[in-house]
Design a protein around this ligand. Sequence first.
Ligand code: APR
Length: 234
Amino acid sequence: MANAIRLADFRSAVFFVGAGMSAESGVPTYRGRGGVWGQYDYAEYACQRAFDRDPGKVLDFHELRRTRALACAPHAGHTALANLQAGHPALRVVTQNIDGMLQRAGVRVDAELHGSLWRLRCATHGVREDAATGSFATRHCERCGAALRPDIIWFEDAVDERVFAHAGDLIGDCALFVSVGTSGVVYPAANFIPLARRAGAYMVEINPEATEASAMFDRCIAEPAGTALATHFR
Ligand code: APR
């Protein structure tokens, strides 16, 4: 492929991933056609207030998302990214996605900015993995009986400062920054795009549509992630 981006030309690289990376696997994005927030009001299904009001309804919604994610499979773009990372250990991955699809493809994920569908947390006793099936293995903490909530950063939640600090260290020092499938409109995660620019990284955006952040990129690849990752990088 002419003018493919050679990872060996960069001392470090961060792939910054959004929901569009999972679109070709069949996992719906959040905005735009068929988006999750077009079908479900996050204020009813994905925020602490909704959980406090009706934990069962919120957990049911997240079990539905888990079941749907399990019915999907990683696509050629995930495999391409896993292969690139295998050949270039300095390739780091920071994702906003909670579906675990990158990990299923064998991609080493350095930061899950918005948590994971495959973990639950007790306010007192912390986080536990629960990745077996669509249904949660248990909905209550075995130590205190409190209702467990998904370990996801919902709207109005505080972010996990340690996760964001780690992502900031990686992005603030990267030589290549590749944004894959994000609309770049949700903060504070979207701040990582100008951070990469300020770090002097070569900026690449992979998105079939232009975004509000497109002007910050040196190169915009208006293709789906599956095609772009498999053909424009080596
Ligand atoms: N390949 C690449 N990009 C794609 C594809 C594809 N096949 N299909 C769609 N896209 C792009 C869309 O054009 C859009 O810009 O993916 C982007 C998805 O945007 P959003 O749905 O806003 O998802 P994301 O940017 O990840 O949202 C950020 O918002 O709701 C919160 O916490 C949630 O992590 C999420 C955050």
